[in-house]
Design a protein around this ligand. Structure first.
Ligand SMILES: C[S@@+](CC[C@H](N)C(=O)[O-])C[C@H]1O[C@@H](n2cnc3c(N)ncnc32)[C@H](O)[C@@H]1O
Length: 341
């Protein structure tokens, strides 16, 4: 969504600068935790503007650290902001912000990789969760080792309509290593097109907003950073279960320079490989000699539909591919007809 450019009437009262807070609480960035801070409030404002209108929305910021982005979110007029921070050293500095913005900021000391998003939201919102979920913005500048697995997990939540992710009502603005941001937003045919591009784009509108040079962070990381905005689609472009799509896409990109057929064939047990792959491509009406990067989301939709049809017809094939996922009950909705027999 485009930046609204509007500034709400709420402004934080004068506070120590982020630099002063870092000194005050001795917040040295921990290298092993990949902590790099954004101290330039013009940049944090710019990140927050990518999220669009924040007034009257509920915001969750992941990994607020010393609170630069947190300040920008509060200044943008957020009705209610929940921050989730793993490192306890940052909590006193965040509490200072909470006192300056009474009733607006809630601080959770926790790990976002295991935190359930619904938890922590005020009861009056949770109460209406099923009927009328709130518009939710998630914003964060996390370590890259966290942001990439986190977006994969959240894409799965989006596909499964789990947690607070509601098509058309949730937006995410997150930072990634520049190259990952390029992969997430790469279009069909481009060199950066990858598994991540397909997984993100079948579920969301994805925009690579801008790049922040590494030198803008303290301490300076070795790479530049891309700010990416995700808006889950009202209707996903592929309706098959997430693990099935994930498996198909992973296989398709296994041999990036070869025909897509080479990787997709490996979905099938060796004895039936050629026959089943031929059937899959025929049913899907997709050219097996396309390179992985040339496959559109439409191609993946047809392939996923055809793959599901094959799995439903052939329990052995289903078990061959999804035994582990089935154990975790992720694939209840496919393969059931054969299993019940
Ligand atoms: C790269 S620093 C950025 C800090 C701040 N957002 C900024 O832009 O200056 C990442 C922050 O995420 C926090 N963090 C790392 N892993 C986390 C996790 N799993 N859950 C919550 N916070 C996490 C770190 O403690 C740190 O404060």
């Amino acid at each position: 969504m485009a930046a609204s450019g509007k500034i709400a009437s709420f402004r934080l009262p004068p506070l120590p600068t982020i630099g002063e807070i870092i000194k005050l609480y001795n917040l040295r960035a921990e290298k092993q935790l990949s902590q790099n801070f954004l101290l330039d409030l013009r940049l944090t404002d710019k990140i927050v503007r990518q999220a669009g209108k924040l007034q009257n929305s509920y915001i969750c910021e992941v990994g607020p650290g010393p609170g630069g982005i947190t300040r920008s979110i509060l200044n943008a007029g957020a009705a209610e902001l929940l921050v989730v921070e793993k490192d306890t050293r940052f909590i006193p500095g965040l509490q200072l912000l909470a006192e300056a913005a009474p009733g607006k900021l809630r601080i959770i000391h926790g790990d976002i990789l295991i935190f359930k998003m619904e938890r922590g939201f005020p009861r009056h919102i949770a109460k209406t969760w099923d009927d009328d979920p709130p518009d939710l913005h998630i914003i964060g500048n996390l370590p890259f080792s966290v942001s990439t697995p986190l977006i994969v997990k959240w894409l799965e939540n989006i596909a499964n309509k789990d947690g607070p992710f509601v098509f058309g009502r949730t937006q995410l603005t997150l930072t990634f290593q520049k190259e990952v941001a390029e992969r997430l937003t790469a279009s069909t045919g481009s060199r950066q097109r990858s598994r991540l591009s397909v997984m993100a784009q079948y579920l969301c509108t994805v925009k690579n907003c801008f790049t922040i040079p590494g030198r803008a962070f303290v301490p300076k990381p070795e790479v530049d950073v891309g700010v990416v905005h995700f808006t889950p689609l009202v209707k996903p472009q592929i309706i098959q279960p997430f693990p099935l799509v994930e498996k198909l896409v992973k296989n398709a990109f296994q041999f990036r320079r070869k025909y897509c057929r080479s990787g997709i064939e490996l979905l099938f047990p060796e004895a039936q490989r050629v026959k089943l792959a031929e059937r899959l491509f025929l049913t899907a009406d997709v050219d097996p000699s396309l390179r992985p990067k040339e496959l559109t989301i439409g191609h993946f939709r047809s392939l996923a539909d055809a793959y599901r049809q094959l799995c439903n017809e052939n329990l052995n094939l289903f078990n061959y591919n999804f035994r582990d996922e089935l154990r975790q009950k992720k694939l209840r909705c496919i393969g059931t007809r054969k299993q019940e027999e």
